[in-house]
Design a protein around this ligand. Structure first.
Ligand SMILES: Cc1ncc(COP(=O)(O)O)c(C=O)c1O
Length: 370
């Protein structure tokens, strides 16, 4: 039985009527950029997350960039970020002329090692970007304490973790900014690129809104240099049609994770071969990814075995960011755990619509390998 990494068709078909209705509504309106549809979606997201301001933008990458621009991060500044994350987290820092300072991650949560972050703070450090990797919150109490001690701004990269919680608080509502992605693989998957910036600070929200339209306010008067970071009306309307199902999607992801954990734990022969992912204390995990650590250098062979049986898997990420060629000019920052995870991690299918049958097939094929 073939098992894909994602099945967007099944999810979208179950929303067909509301998606088509949204599509026709936007078509009829002839308002394709920002406007009422984007405003309504922003309001709905703000309400769902319990945050004062949600600003629709062009992607999760641009959400990060805008948050850092609003904080006036630039040349001479350092920004702490995990080495084990998607490229955009650090790319945005470097694009603004600031220096990404790579921090190691913890081997059990895959998230920022705040003790390592503290050791890498300097007089030039302006901000820290905790990434809620694979759908689970970073340790936000420790991050906020670090930020307070050193006067740092906090941008939460929630691209993979919409709806996740830290001690009953929504991620993205704890730091100065939260940034989200609606890339189709995310917890709320869109129909192209899209993103959101959240903040409870009215002045920062206004800055982001102005920077989103080339720094223009009033129209054609530019106090700052922004960019075209707008969200399309069609994207917003389609996303709004799915937003009400976000909690169902998260529940399905959590059920799938619970099933994997139960079944894979019961395979006692695997105990010395695999490290299963964990839901950490104080966290409400949204399981955007279910990521195994495959020990004894067997990760690539297991992936090959899965591929032979038509089971999709992915390596997020085969290289840590401090190992990337484009960052070779930066000072050396030791991140041994990140390097180890880049060798060991393998993500297996966990999308909401994954059936028990298909999941059991994945488990059986993994077990068969060892
Ligand atoms: C952790 C993280 N940050 C940022 C992004 C960027 O989001 P987008 O692809 O919407 O630009 C992603 C997307 O994969 C991500 O996983």
């Amino acid at each position: 039985m073939a098992v894909p990494l994602l099945d967007l068709n099944t999810q979208n078909r179950s929303h067909q009527d509301s998606l088509q209705e949204a599509f026709v509504r936007v078509l009829d309106s002839s308002q394709f950029i920002l406007g009422d549809e984007v405003a309504a979606f922003e309001e709905a997201v703000a309400e769902r997350l319990g945050v004062a301001h949600a600003i629709g933008v062009s992607s999760g990458t641009d959400a990060l960039l805008l948050a850092l621009m609003a904080l006036e991060v630039g040349p001479g500044d350092e920004v702490l970020c995990p080495s084990y994350t998607f490229f955009a987290t650090a790319g945005c820092i470097a694009r603004l002329g600031a220096e990404p300072v790579f921090v190691d991650v913890l081997p059990d949560s895959f998230n920022l090692d705040v003790a390592d972050a503290a050791a890498k703070v300097s007089a030039r450090t302006r901000a820290v970007i905790p990434v809620h990797l694979y759908g689970q919150s970073a340790e936000m109490d420790a991050v906020m304490e670090l930020a307070q001690t050193h006067g740092l701004k906090v941008v939460e990269d929630c691209a993979q973790a919409m709806g996740a919680r830290w001690e009953n608080r929504e991620v993205g509502t704890i730091g100065d900014f939260g940034t989200y992605s609606f890339f189709p693989t995310k917890n709320l998957g869109g129909f192209g690129d899209g993103g959101m910036v959240t903040t409870s600070d009215v002045a920062l929200a206004e800055k982001v809104r102005v920077l989103r339209v080339h720094g223009s306010k009033p129209k054609y008067h530019h106090g700052r240099i922004g960019g075209n970071f707008r969200l399309d009306a069609l994207q917003a309307a389609l996303l709004a049609a799915k937003l009400g199902s976000l909690d169902t999607f998260l529940k399905q992801r959590r059920n799938n994770a619970a099933h994997y954990l139960k079944k894979l734990r019961a395979e006692t022969a695997l105990a010395s071969k695999l490290v299963l992912p964990t839901e950490m204390e104080h966290c409400w995990h949204t399981w955007n990814q279910f990521t195994l650590r495959v020990l004894d250098g067997q990760r690539d062979a297991l992936r090959e075995h899965l591929r032979d049986r038509e089971i999709a898997s992915e390596i997020y990420y085969p290289l840590s960011l401090h190992q990337q060629q484009c960052f070779r000019n930066l000072p050396d920052r030791a991140c041994p755990v990140s390097e180890q995870l880049a060798r060991e991690c393998l993500s297996i299918p966990i999308f909401p619509e994954l059936t028990r049958n298909l999941q059991d097939e994945v488990i059986a094929v993994v077990a068969e390998f060892f």
